[in-house]
Design a protein around this ligand. Structure first.
Ligand code: SAH
Length: 221
């Protein structure tokens, strides 16, 4: 095994399997995706640590545990169609794409979107579409989605995303009143009645979701 692969297997054992990540498909996906290919070159040595990593435009790749927790809570089957809001580096999209049939990921920063698309293409992910735009509107062109992962935190769950979630679908989104206090919320939509219910997965800290149905400003206000 090369040293990066070894570090990745260590990450899965120490940071995920030893906590509450038990879904074998999620653990396999986390073992497969080369996280070091998604961080800036000068931060490659941080790729498998138990923390978020800064990327361009003042954004961050989430801590591996949070990516895995999100993927596990979404219960993504091999036929699932998934929407991600906040492509960033493309790392979480790659993890989701290991689990699903297809992933659409929306990113508001054109530079990040272009870099993520190029990186995912060079890693031969043929089932991910990177779209530049305001993800608080979702991406109606390919709705409904079986799973939606939002990787930036807003003041509330955007209405458009609720509309684009299929009956029986699941969404994970950080919600909170400011950049310090947020909780990771799991929204499920009943398969028979279409009724939404919410569950709190714990306290988290994400970068702001900036857009029409999110924060008005990049500093999350
Ligand atoms: N999932 C990413 C982490 C990205 S951090 C990864 O694995 O690397 C959150 C991202 O959400 C940032 O890149 C930020 O630019 C983006 N973002 C914030 N508001 C957004 C919006 N309204 N629509 C789309 N992307 C948004």
């Amino acid at each position: 095994m090369d040293p990066m692969e070894q570090a990745r297997h260590h990450m899965v054992a120490e940071q995920l399997a030893s906590r509450d990540i038990q879904d074998a498909r999620v653990l396999d996906a986390m073992r497969r995706v080369p996280r070091h290919a998604f961080v800036p070159a000068e931060r490659e040595h941080e790729a498998y640590l138990d923390r978020p990593v800064p990327i361009a435009e003042g954004q961050t790749i989430s801590q591996p545990y949070i990516v895995a927790l999100t993927a596990q809570a979404l219960q993504i089957g091999p036929d699932a169609r998934v929407l991600e809001i906040g492509a960033g580096s493309g790392y979480a999209a790659a993890v989701l794409a290991e689990l699903a049939r297809e992933v659409v990921t929306v990113e508001r920063h054109p530079l990040l979107a272009a870099e993520a698309a190029a990186r995912l293409a060079s890693l031969r992910y043929g089932n991910i579409w990177v779209v530049t735009g305001d993800g608080t509107r979702g991406y109606p062109e390919r709705a409904p989605y079986d799973a939606i992962a939002v990787t930036a935190s807003g003041p509330r769950v955007p209405k458009a995303l609720l509309h684009q979630l299929a009956p029986g679908g699941r969404m994970v989104i950080p919600v909170g009143p400011d950049e310090h206090q947020q909780e990771l919320v799991l929204v499920t939509r009943g398969s028979e009645d279409g009724v939404f219910s919410e569950q709190n997965l714990g306290a988290v800290r994400f970068v702001p979701l900036v857009g029409e149905d999110g924060w008005a400003r990049a500093d999350g206000r």
